[in-house]
Design a protein around this ligand. Structure first.
Ligand code: UDX
Length: 456
């Protein structure tokens, strides 16, 4: 593999940071560019703003080797790069459409500093039409073809992002220039050939075959990304609906998921019933996909119901607490365990825990919370939550304990101690994390999702 000079724009965000770290780790010379001077300074001194398994050793190693640096100087980085990854944010607008302002801003700046031929790689998740817009901005008033565009969507899961980068299930490359596609393919060569061992993270067993590379057109590449996230979300909403059916017939959703997952046509992943899907991507991408189409021609009924089912999980959890507290949670104290949208990350963007807390407040409950990584930051969102130093403090004198994020730390708590300290020992486990029989044996009233426990 030949080392390539690469710029990653949006280099301190989740996707940009992991992309820059990954590309430098496999031998490229990378500059991660961002407008946030403070984050750039922090990262240059080896401090990582995000909580992610294994990220610190990879960051320190690549800074020390000189292969990675962070900068706010877009112009000189771009001029020295052959390949430019765009990984800026594409948040949702209130109507569910995608806000492309960061992308168009970047394209406007790039237009002024593309001096020699470059491959522009779109990592950000954007609707198919966005690439036309980027191309139009980049060519506005400029002679000749100085660039090609390649769509290379990411499939990184927070908490597992580095492993997902180095050991992907597939690499998707969309574009119409063979030259550009082969440049990007060669950049990923060590990953494609699985010729890689990364110190500091869990390396999976080496597979005997190459990573599949799907070379396609730009629109198809982008729809592959949207459809993959929509499909994962659909599985989650599907299993949550089956969980509700289980509650009616007193079946156990964990057994049902296990039994279904052994069917090789179905598989086990994304069949965990619970609070639903949160985080910055699944819901946003699903809404964007729905908004991409003309609803007069294609109603996207199924996708809409996936979103509706997800919203329903919030009220269903609140109803379970009401059920355990004789209908009223007004002025009752609820201990909340877990604020992040899932375990293994410090990300609270679109966390369903936060939405449940909103509902609890609407019903007049008093909330005290604990999360292993999110502390007083919760006050910026909910000033009237009491953040606690430990899970025990969050449970103390509470009328109900509500598990909202599946942190493994919550498995090893002393539930006997928690039982003695609560005003009313009952648990709603929205992630089906605990063993219901153990909790019931300790004397808790316990409700999971999908009849995995009974309120004794
Ligand atoms: C997702 C996609 O998986 C990833 O490919 C894409 O690049 C970004 O969006 P991420 O948002 O990090 O990744 O989290 P993911 O692990 O997919 O979980 C999303 C949500 O679904 C979480 O709230 C999680 O708790 C929930 N979930 C997941 C379930 O409720 N049940 C499951 O079985 C799996």
């Amino acid at each position: 593999m030949t080392a390539v000079n690469i710029s990653v724009i949006g280099g301190t965000g989740y996707v940009g940071l992991v992309t820059g770290l990954g590309l430098s780790e496999i031998g490229h010379q990378v500059t991660n560019i961002d407008i946030d001077q403070d984050q750039v300074n922090q990262l240059n001194s080896g401090n990582c703003p995000i909580y992610e398994e294994g990220i610190n050793p990879v960051l320190k190693r690549n800074l020390a080797s000189g292969r990675l640096k962070f900068s706010t100087d877009l112009e000189s980085s771009i001029k020295g790069s052959h390949v430019v990854f765009i990984a800026v944010g594409t948040p949702s607008l209130p109507n569910g459409n995608i806000d492309l302002s960061q992308i168009t801003e970047v394209a406007n700046q790039l237009r002024l500093c593309i001096d020699t031929y470059k491959v522009i790689v779109i990592k950000s998740t954007v609707p198919a039409g966005a690439t036309k817009l980027i191309r139009k901005i980049l060519t506005d008033g400029v002679q000749g073809d100085r660039f090609d565009i390649v769509a290379n969507p990411e499939f990184l899961r927070e908490g597992n992002a580095l492993a997902d980068f180095f050991f992907p299930d597939r690499i998707i490359l969309g574009g119409d220039s063979d030259k550009a596609l082969s440049i990007i393919k060669s950049i990923y060569e060590p990953i494609i050939e699985r010729d890689i061992f990364v110190e500091g993270i869990d390396n999976p067993p080496k597979e005997p075959y190459l990573v599949p590379v799907i070379q396609t057109d730009i629109a198809s590449a982008q729809i592959i990304k949207y459809a993959s996230n929509a499909f994962l979300a659909t599985r989650i909403s599907f299993i949550n609906e089956i969980a509700e059916i289980c509650e009616q017939v007193n079946a156990d959703i964990k057994e049902v998921s296990k039994g279904m997952g052994y069917d090789s046509r179905i598989g086990h992943s994304y069949l965990e019933a619970g609070l639903g899907f949160g985080g910055p991507c699944l819901e946003k991408d699903l809404s964007a996909l729905i908004n991409t189409v003309n609803q007069d021609e294609c109603e996207t009924e199924l996708l809409r119901s996936v979103l509706n089912r997800n919203d329903k999980q919030i009220s269903s959890v609140v109803k379970k607490i009401e059920r355990l507290l004789d209908k009223s949670i007004h002025n009752r104290t609820i201990g909340v365990l877990g604020l992040t949208f899932k375990q293994g990350t410090n990300d609270i963007r679109n966390s369903l825990s936060i939405r449940v807390i909103e509902e609890l407040h609407k019903h007049g409950a008093v909330v005290q919370s604990y999360d292993p990584v999110v502390k007083n930051e919760i006050l910026a969102i909910h000033a009237n939550v009491k953040p606690c130093d430990s899970a025990y403090a969050a449970a103390e004198n509470a009328d109900a304990l509500l598990i909202l994020t599946g942190w493994k730390d919550f498995l090893s708590l002393d539930y006997q101690k928690i039982h003695s300290s609560m005003a009313n020992p009952c648990i709603v486990d929205s992630r089906n994390l605990l063993n219901p029989s153990d909790m019931i044996a300790l004397g808790f009233k316990y409700l999971g999702i999908g009849a995995t426990g009974h309120d004794s």
